[in-house]
Design a protein around this ligand. Structure first.
Ligand code: SF4
Length: 273
């Protein structure tokens, strides 16, 4: 078949984007997984989902945002030169990690040549390199680097997810795309919230989304800042952290020591050993 490339770890051949159920490591979907084609179908499917594996499968084949579907698939076909010999996942990226997390980490959206290439949140780009290194120093993942979906990385009671699951142009999802994608995160929250003690929100957008997610009348809602803390009567805490973007790390706005302080605190608050 034209355009197929070997997966960089397994060597198995894939077209880009990857067809559901064709053997990509960790692919939660099958050719029979229902495809949401518009916002109403996202709401309907997300509203009925009963488990994380079911949710991950539905998310991973969603086609409800025409602009984002076109962008993620175009990036998968054209590729970045450094990854020209690889297949690209080219589909929405489901949450990654524990199905019963005590700590939930919320980003923004996958990167076109990171998660959109590897099929795992924050994997394969500079932000992810910083994030996973910090998570490993805190004892929250099993390896300092997350390279691809077959690298054997394990999570220690954490889950990483995002309010938008497809790579957006310029890393900026449109407001209507944020709204369309929101039922997937709401479903994920419904399924994991009984276990979560702490949410770490990476950046101001994730902070707003997290506070909406845990909406509780009467709680004080601080503005976003690095280290901002919102506490719910249930004991759930939302912790703000600058996004580990290349720009934030390069300019020193966010340093590895600052990331370490956040994840050390979050681990303690979440009661993770
Ligand atoms: S951004 Fe969300 S709702 Fe839109 S196509 Fe991707 S997964 Fe579906």
């Amino acid at each position: 078949m034209w355009g197929v490339r070997p997966h960089p770890r397994t060597g198995r051949l894939f077209a880009s984007p990857v067809a559901p159920g064709t053997g990509w490591p960790g692919d939660p979907a099958t050719p029979q997984t229902p495809v949401a084609a518009d916002p109403a179908q996202v709401s309907a499917l997300a509203g009925e989902v009963h488990s994380i594996p079911e949710l991950d499968a539905l998310v991973s084949v969603c086609r409800a945002c025409p602009r984002l579907v076109a962008w993620r698939e175009q990036a998968a076909v054209i590729k970045r030169r450094a990854f020209a010999d690889q297949p690209y996942w080219g589909r929405p990226v489901p949450g990654w990690g524990s199905q019963q997390p005590r700590l939930l980490i919320l980003g923004l959206a996958p990167a076109a040549h990171g998660g959109n290439r590897t099929g795992r949140m924050f994997t394969g780009d500079r932000s992810g390199d910083q994030l996973f290194a910090a998570l490993h120093r805190a004892g929250l993942v099993s390896s300092p680097s997350s390279v691809d979906a077959a690298d054997g990385l394990r999570a220690n009671r954490i889950r990483i997810t995002a309010p938008v699951r497809c790579a957006p142009p310029a890393n900026k999802p449109a407001p209507e795309e944020q709204v369309t994608c929101s039922p997937w995160l709401e479903a994920e929250w419904r399924l994991v919230s009984g276990h979560v003690r702490v949410i770490v929100a990476l950046g101001g957008f994730a902070w707003q989304v997290a506070l909406r997610l845990v909406e509780h009348a009467g709680i004080r809602k601080p503005l976003f800042s690095h280290g901002a803390l919102a506490e719910l009567p249930s004991g759930l805490r939302v912790l703000g952290c600058y996004h580990p973007s290349q720009q934030n790390m390069f300019t020193g706005k966010l340093t590895p020591a600052m990331l370490d302080a956040i994840f050390t605190d979050a681990k303690t608050m979440a009661g993770i050993r």
